[in-house]
Every structure is written in structure tokens, then in C-alpha cells.
Ligand binder design. Sequence first.
Ligand code: TRP
Ligand code: SF4
Length: 332
Amino acid sequence: MEKNLKQRVLSGMRPSGKLHLGHLHGALSNWVELQKKYECFYFVADWHALTTEYEKTDKIKQDSIDMVIDWLSVGLDPEKSTLFVQSQLLEHAELHLFLSMITPLPWLERCPTYKEQLKEIKTRDIHTYGFLGYPVLQASDILIYKADKVPVGEDQLPHLELTREIARRFNSLYGEILTEPQALLTKTSKVPGTDGRKMSKSYNNCIYLSDTPEIISKKISSYLTDPSRIHPTDQGHPDVCAIYSLQEIYYENPKEIEEKCKKGTIGCVQCKKMLAERIIKSLEPIHKKQHELKSNPMLINEILKNGTQKAKAVTEKTMSEVRKSLKLWNME
Ligand code: TRP
Ligand code: SF4
């Protein structure tokens, strides 16, 4: 398959099951937008899930399906983008193997995500070869598609830099085969969860894309607001209020709320009610799509199978070049 004229975008997500507003505003809306201008490849990084979940693998497949349902429901379009599952493309593993040969250990050991996770994750033993190699697998995901651009959040920038270094090293050893990708830094809107911290499954503070209107109203009313406001007429401080951060995403004119809050002419109960209505409304078409997809489970399978086929045409071509450049067997 020839690369078409559009630049190529590639990104992946670990299978995290049903998605929440943090995923939507942090990554997915951007993925949807990129479909207009780029040739996009988006995949479920289920092998990456194994780096931490190797002891308990029974949820990975269902989480992948739930995640893809949410991808499609917010507008990722299999007609425009290639959607696939990493573990169905064995070439990723082959390239990972070659890249592992040329990646110096210190590049991996100094990686900030590695050091942080080793400190943070206490419930599972991640002192493994596979976990150390997480970014090498990610590099292989990216380089095998010769992606030009990789939309990621800030936390992933070190992995992108490492990918570029690995590509340079590969090319200087074996010839100019791989493309050095650029990061497309997603400007993440701040999406606070019900406790004011970053929305995250592990904090149990999420509003899910599949939450019903009743649950959304309940969750929104449970948010803490400006703690110095006791009466609705007290002057408020939107800058310290999690509800205001969400209003900035959902309300067409957030300045209006900011002013009213500061003057004490809007109460938190009313403010929350307005927000909940908007979130509920914005999720209506998404729920409709989720419902359609859930009533036709074969469809997801079909979409991923098609995507895998399209992706495979690319990975096989790259690997054939890679094997040649390494002067290895390449029987066709
Ligand atoms: N490490 C990424 C994350 O946790 C997921 C990922 C795996 C990825 N392979 C990738 C992202 C390739 C971009 C490109 O979010
Ligand atoms: Fe927050 Fe709205 Fe209350 Fe102001 S009025 S403190 S923005 S919830």
C-alpha cells in the first residue's frame, strides 16, 4: 500500500474499558478532529496493558471492546481511520525485537515514566524486562507505520523523544528506513473529577461517556465548589472551582458565569444544574451510537478485522524493508 499524500498520524491507547470525559477532552476529540486532515491509524495497545497486568489478563479483551465502542461513539470513523488491535499485528513484536537490540539500557532506565511508575505501582511487581521495554514497544508501534505525527499528552513526550532517538540509531546502522515522528502535543483541557483531582479511573472520580442523565446529575451535584461560598449570594472564585473548569469546556460563554460567580449573582446549585444539562445534552448522540453498537457486537469485530487488514499491508511492507536492511532472511 503506497503512502498517500496526506501526512500520517498514529496513536494508541491502553485498553481502559469505558472511557470518561477526561479521555474525551484530553485525547479523543483531538483524534476525531485529526481525521479531517490526516491519514489516521488508531489502535488498542493491549500488549502494553500486559506490561502491568500480566498476572490478571482476563479483562483486557472486554476492556478493549468497551473502549472501541466509545471511540466509535464519539466519532472515530472506520471509513476515515484505520482502527485496529496491536496484538493482531505480530510485526509490531518483530520490530520491537530488532529495536531492543540497539536500545541502550540507560536510555530506558532514565525514562521519567519508568522511574515514576516503579515508585508508584506497589500492588504489582513491575520489575520486569517487559516493563522496562515499554517505550521500545511503543517506538515499534510508531515506527512500523512511518508515522509523521503522534498525538500524545505531555506525559508521553519522553517516549516520543526516545522513539526518535531509536529511529536515528536504526537508520545510522542499517540505512534510512524509518521516519522520525513528531509529537503533536494535545493541549489538554483540565478535566477535574468529582473530588477536584484529575479525572482518572484509579481515583474513582469519573463521569463516564456511558453514564445516564441521572448519574451525571448526581455526580455533578457532588462536586466541591469554591469552599469559601456558603450562601448563593457570596462572591465566588471560579479559578478554584472544578465546576468552573468544566463550564469552560461546556458553556458557550464561560466569561458570563465567571462574572456572575464573582459578583455573587449565581448560586452553585444553579450553576451545576446548567452544567449537568449541557453535559447530558452533549452525550445524547454518543449514547445513541453506543446503544446501536452494543446491539450489534459483530460490527466491532468486523471494523477491527478490516482495520487490522489495512494496517497489516503497511506493517508487512515496512518489515520487509527492515529485514532486508538487516541483511536477514526475507523469504516471500
Ligand atoms: N503509552 C501510551 C499511553 O499510555 C499508549 C501507546 C502505546 C501509544 N503505543 C503507542 C501512544 C504509540 C502513541 C503511539 O497513553
Ligand atoms: Fe463554581 Fe459555579 Fe459555584 Fe462559581 S457559581 S463557585 S463557578 S459552581
